[in-house]
Ligand binder design. Structure first.
Ligand SMILES: NC(=O)c1ccc[n+]([C@@H]2O[C@H](COP(=O)([O-])OP(=O)(O)OC[C@H]3O[C@@H](n4cnc5c(N)ncnc54)[C@H](OP(=O)(O)O)[C@@H]3O)[C@@H](O)[C@H]2O)c1
Length: 277
């Protein structure tokens, strides 16, 4: 029998993570000899925690809060995309060396294409709400798809400006606007994405008037608890196509699984239901 492939997710806390459910579903579905574990690693134990995984022959691991940035210092190699985003969510261990990647942007794009396979980002205008970690991955992915224009709005404007500057496109096609202008800027949008925590269970609602949003615009909320957010409900009522956030979570796991198991797994209705239970 082939040697068991060991991988997992490190974070602190880690019990909430859906990643073990997703990866173990694929391990079982494809009949692979593998195991994916949730591994609690406190910030002060990051280096020793990672060393243990190397010593125990792990093939790699996902990285979640609070290690997505600090893990970068321990990586021997970081791909261009993760470097650009400034965060690593997937590590591949090769001969004791760590290679860091970020698959959140892949998850974002493939989630949109799951709903609208012909959605072409090129030369489109995206209004992006937020400027947190997830926003960085999404903006980077949009740039990779040759988006025409990004209008970025965040409660803390400075954070949006820093993000735009880090992406090296200030004054070019990323425009930063004041948060209070989020209703008015919708007139030119082909895509509206909420990447803030607003609308998530336990968080305040996202207050936005969609009146000026063209009906052809696609609306994506990356919040997935609840799945059907108030933003998506309001968009659907006025005839806009909507995309929920759960697919981003599922799709971002696929390239990591492929790195470790050599197979790009599929996102099925059964997996969707399992994760939403
Ligand atoms: N679907 C997926 O796969 C996926 C992946 C990653 C994240 N997410 C979801 O995306 C959301 C953001 O995650 P993250 O990791 O990017 O978090 P983060 O780095 O902490 O960023 C949080 C963002 O939400 C904004 N925000 C929070 N409270 C706000 C409020 N009361 N009013 C206005 N803006 C507020 C923040 O604005 P300030 O800068 O002003 O604080 C910031 O832009 C979370 O709901 C998370 O669950 C989903």
């Amino acid at each position: 029998m082939s040697k068991q492939i060991k991988c997992g997710v490190i974070g602190h806390p880690i019990t909430h993570s859906k990643s073990p459910l997703i990866h173990n579903y694929w391990i079982n579905t494809y009949g692979l000899n593998g195991i994916y574990e949730a591994i609690d690693v406190a910030p002060e134990n990051l280096e020793t925690g990672v060393k243990r995984l190397i010593d125990e022959g792990y093939k790699g691991f996902n990285v979640t809060v609070p290690h997505k940035e600090t893990i970068m210092a321990l990586c021997d190699k970081i791909d261009h995309n993760a470097q650009n985003i400034g965060a690593v969510n997937t590590v591949v261990i090769e001969n004791g060396r760590l290679r860091g990647m970020n698959t959140d942007g892949y998850g974002f794009l493939h989630n949109i294409w799951d709903t609208d396979p012909n959605f072409d980002f090129e030369d489109k205008c995206a209004v992006v709400l937020g400027a947190g970690g997830a926003t960085r991955a999404i903006v980077s992915a949009l740039i990779g798809e040759r988006i025409g224009k990004i209008i970025l709005l965040n409660r803390t404007r400075e954070r949006a400006e820093n993000l735009a500057e880090d992406m090296g496109k200030v004054g070019n096609f990323i425009t930063v606007e004041d948060w209070k202008n989020r209703h008015a800027v919708l007139t030119t949008a082909d895509l509206l994405v909420n990447t803030t925590a607003l609308g998530m269970q336990g968080q305040p609602v996202l207050e936005i008037d969609l009146g000026k949003l063209p009906v052809h615009a696609l609306v994506n909320d990356i919040v997935y608890a609840p799945l059907d957010t108030d933003l998506l409900k309001a968009a659907r009522v006025r005839g806009n196509k909507t995309v929920t956030g759960i697919g981003m979570l599922l799709h971002q796991a696929r390239p990591a699984f492929k790195e470790w198991f050599g197979l790009l797994p599929g996102v099925t209705d059964e997996l969707n239901e399992l994760v939403l239970k």
